[in-house]
Write a protein that binds this ligand. Structure first.
Ligand code: GUN
Ligand code: FE
Length: 432
């Protein structure tokens, strides 16, 4: 077995600051060592204490003026929308019709899909994101192409084929029967293969009939540990439309609840406009919300209420929601999250941000037994953040000596330039 150690300032989250208190929510070593054996965390602690115990053959890499932390986790993103990021001028429903659907049409072509999947994964790693929950398109080819690319890089990824049988162009719709068959074939091929997981992915309530949502629920019952990935209560017009389409249901969330789509591996993007009853039901079913600040601001969807989710004990991860989101960077996503909360007279503490970007995301995805922090035995997916990434970052860091301030500056000024190296299973997968 091979032992590789990384010496650097080092931080990781131990839990939600809202539950543990800020001081107990993280572990930090100014001169730390992360010891990796066969792609997994073997030890973490102070370099001086751990170095003498390393085997003679162990390699030690030193990272100067850097902060090492777990890889970022993006709990909601659309890989087929990589090429339409920053398509401007519309809110959700017109944005979908004018930009999104025409873009997604091209993913019936496997070669096109493979090209975009490669660009997408490169971009994730450039930004320090090592795990994501990913939308494909309605075409099964899009998901095969994505999983092939993720498997090649040995990344922990979750994805699924979109199910959509109404209110979309003919070229993008399936049927309850075809979506069942195609999803099932993809599940058999990819779910649980290496580091890959499948997510049953009805796009959102308006683009599925009740019949198709029932099929989604059926699939979830047929295989263990499948994910469910969709959108929820993003935009006010969307919510009104759902009420018209499903008048027999008590609200948007109740549509998904009725078809048995909620549960501990269900991730619903947005949840910007939720009633107290809906929050209670999300908590009861242990479903998670993906908080997507850059998207919510870009599409003018509204201001997500994070404290309300905390009060209801709802699991929350961060999502970039590219292409409605405007950045692949989880650091930039935290920058916007902070501002969005300021607009609501709320503060986002940098240790809470660290939690959301790493362990909180892992918990939202039920992967916290495998990733999210540096607990012994977890997979060594981590990033190296560079305090000297730019002249401005360097100058600003010269003024900021306290850890909390340094973290906040990283999360506000930081972006892809801040990520000097990304590792997956202990292997370097991106160098700036
Ligand atoms: N709701 C349904 N589809 C989409 C999508 O592709 N992006 C966003 N942001 N919201 C959606
Ligand atoms: Fe989305």
């Amino acid at each position: 077995s091979t032992v590789h150690a990384h010496r650097s300032a080092l931080i990781h989250s131990l839990g939600d600051p809202a539950k543990l208190g800020i001081e107990n929510s993280y572990q930090y070593f100014d001169d730390g060592l992360l010891v990796i054996e066969d792609g997994r965390i073997a030890a973490v602690g102070e370099a001086e204490k751990l170095l003498p115990g390393l085997p003679a053959a162990a390699q030690v890499t030193e990272h100067k003026d850097s902060l090492l932390c777990p890889g970022f986790i993006d709990t909601h993103i659309h890989y087929p929308q990589t090429g339409m990021i920053a398509a401007y001028g519309e809110q959700l429903l017109d944005w979908l019709n004018n930009y999104t659907f025409p873009t997604e049409q091209h993913f019936q072509d496997k070669e096109h899909a493979a090209g975009v999947a490669d660009i997408f994964l490169t971009e994730l790693l450039r930004n320090g994101t090592t795990t994501a929950l990913v939308f494909g398109t309605v075409h099964p080819e899009s998901v095969d192409a994505f999983f092939e690319a993720a498997e090649q890089r040995d990344l922990r990824m979750i994805a699924g084929k979109v199910m959509m049988d109404r209110n979309a162009p003919d070229y993008l719709t399936d049927t309850p029967e075809s979506s069942y068959k195609e999803s099932k074939a993809l599940i058999e091929r990819w779910h649980g293969k290496g580091r890959l997981h499948y997510a049953v992915t009805p796009r959102f309530a308006p683009t599925s009939t009740g019949e198709q949502l029932a099929v989604a629920g059926q699939l979830l019952g047929e295989y263990p540990d499948l994910y469910m990935h969709t959108h929820l209560s993003e935009n006010k017009k969307e919510i009104e439309w759902v009420k018209e389409l499903f008048p027999e249901r008590s609200g948007y969330l109740d549509v998904y609840d009725h078809y048995e789509l909620l549960g501990e591996r269900s991730v619903l993007a947005h949840g910007v406009h939720l009633s107290d009853c809906e929050c209670e039901r999300l908590a009861e079913t242990d479903s998670a919300i993906a908080f997507c600040p850059t998207s919510n601001l870009f599409l003018g969807s509204g201001l997500f209420n994070l404290p309300k989710m905390e009060a209801h004990n709802i699991k929350v991860g961060l999502g970039t929601d590219v292409g409605a989101g405007t950045s692949f960077s989880i650091l930039q996503t935290l920058n916007e999250a902070y501002k969005l909360m300021q607009l609501q007279q709320e503060k986002l503490n940098p240790f809470k941000s660290l939690y959301l970007a790493t362990l909180g995301g892992a918990q939202a995805l039920k992967l916290d037994d495998k990733i999210g922090n540096f607990s012994i035995g977890k997979e060594a997916d981590f990033v190296v953040l560079d305090y000297n990434a730019t002249p401005l970052m360097s100058y600003r860091m010269a003024q900021a000596k306290e850890l909390e301030e340094r973290l906040f500056v990283l999360m506000t000024l930081g972006d892809d330039r801040t990520i000097s190296e990304t590792f997956a299973m202990g292997r370097s997968v991106h160098q700036r």
